[in-house]
Design a protein around this ligand. Structure first.
Ligand SMILES: [Zn+2]
Length: 345
């Protein structure tokens, strides 16, 4: 590695308003060998013990024999209007009651599929369902924020491969969105421009763009915290899924599938990730400038190497990225947009 390829500096994360430390000289040489990551058994389309498959029994109740998407209230929701009032609260040790709900969104009845296997119509249906739930839940009293996310793969704690995501909707504005409310507001008030669109303008012109269509773009941002972190941003200002026109829902579904496909093609294994949809809070405020976007955080640095959060991150509270975002973007650009399982030999 020569010095021109070295990224050893701190970069300001404009959404979170914090410094990220880059130490690409510590990331090791590029991986060129075999993969040693555990490969799961190929799942079948229906799994009798899966709590998400059509017709199966759950903790509470039984799933219908659904044929498209399927959404239900989480059997053990972290947010619920059934939560008890706090036993104690004072000025210093403050507590407040939990309100809201939580839902599970199944993308498909087919247990063996992931987002990469969905058709255009199916990806649109998932996006439209997310949009409908954001609007419906966000309008409820006691729901200030709707966090839609997917944990994919056992490395991020999901033991059930059935294609699904979750929705947490309650009286808590999750921390990253709360930071983005502050950064987005500050940027808009001081520049008269939208923070999300500023990032789009920078990344569309740069070397880290990995996918685009008429309505969205995907990049490894200059300020990525994880090696293969990807952001999907709309190419016009949007604050939430509620702003989507039908053709934009379709475009969003396609670009999510392309990002997930490129991830899988990197090492020809199902790439684990945490995907989070960051949207304007639903507490009644005006957030029309909020930078709506989707974040992908993959825990792997290499096929067999996790990015462990340790002393600097857990102990110190600041992120270290041992890679160069330009180089990681180049790897995701170099692989096919056709999934390796579907590509002809
Ligand atoms: Zn299943």
């Amino acid at each position: 590695m020569n010095n021109a390829d070295l990224v050893w500096e701190q970069r300001w994360h404009p959404l979170r308003e914090e410094w990220v430390l880059y130490t690409s000289h510590r990331g090791g040489r590029p991986w060129i060998g075999d993969t040693h990551a555990p490969r799961d058994e190929e799942p079948s389309a229906y799994e009798p013990t899966c709590a998400l498959c059509p017709g199966n029994e759950r903790l509470k109740g039984r799933n219908p024999h659904y044929s498209g998407t399927f959404c239900f209230t989480n059997d053990l929701p972290p947010f619920s209007d059934d939560a008890p009032a706090p036993a104690h609260s004072d000025d210093f040790y403050q507590a407040r009651q939990v309100t809201g709900t939580a839902e599970v969104v199944c993308y498909s009845p087919d247990h063996a599929k992931t987002f990469v296997d969905l058709s255009d119509d199916e990806t649109s249906a998932v996006v439209n369902l997310w949009r409908e739930r954001y609007i419906e839940l966000g309008a409820r009293r006691g729901i200030d924020h709707v966090l839609i996310f997917e944990n994919k793969g056992s490395l991020v704690g999901t033991s059930n491969p059935h294609p699904h995501g979750q929705i947490y909707a309650g009286n808590l504005i999750y921390g990253h969105t709360a930071r983005e409310v502050e950064s987005g507001r500050r940027f808009f008030e001081s520049n008269g421009r939208f923070l999300g669109q500023e990032i789009v303008a920078r990344e569309m012109a740069g070397p880290r763009l990995i996918a685009q269509n008429e309505s969205f773009m995907a990049c490894v941002p200059w300020f990525a915290r994880y090696a293969y972190e990807v952001l999907i941003l709309p190419r016009r200002q949007m604050a939430s899924l509620a702003d989507l026109q039908p053709y934009e829902s379709a475009a969003l579904g396609r670009i999510i599938r392309e990002v997930a496909t490129r991830y899988d093609n990197l090492w020809q294994l199902p790439m684990p990730y945490v995907m989070a949809i960051h949207q304007a809070p639903t507490d009644g405020g005006d957030y029309s400038w909020f930078p709506f976007h989707i974040e992908f955080h993959p825990p792997l640095r290499k096929p067999d190497t996790m990015k462990y959060l340790a002393g600097p991150e857990i102990g110190g509270g600041s992120m270290t990225n041992e890679s160069d975002p330009d180089a990681k973007a180049a790897e995701l650009q170099a692989v096919s947009a056709i999934h390796y399982k579907k590509a002809s030999p």
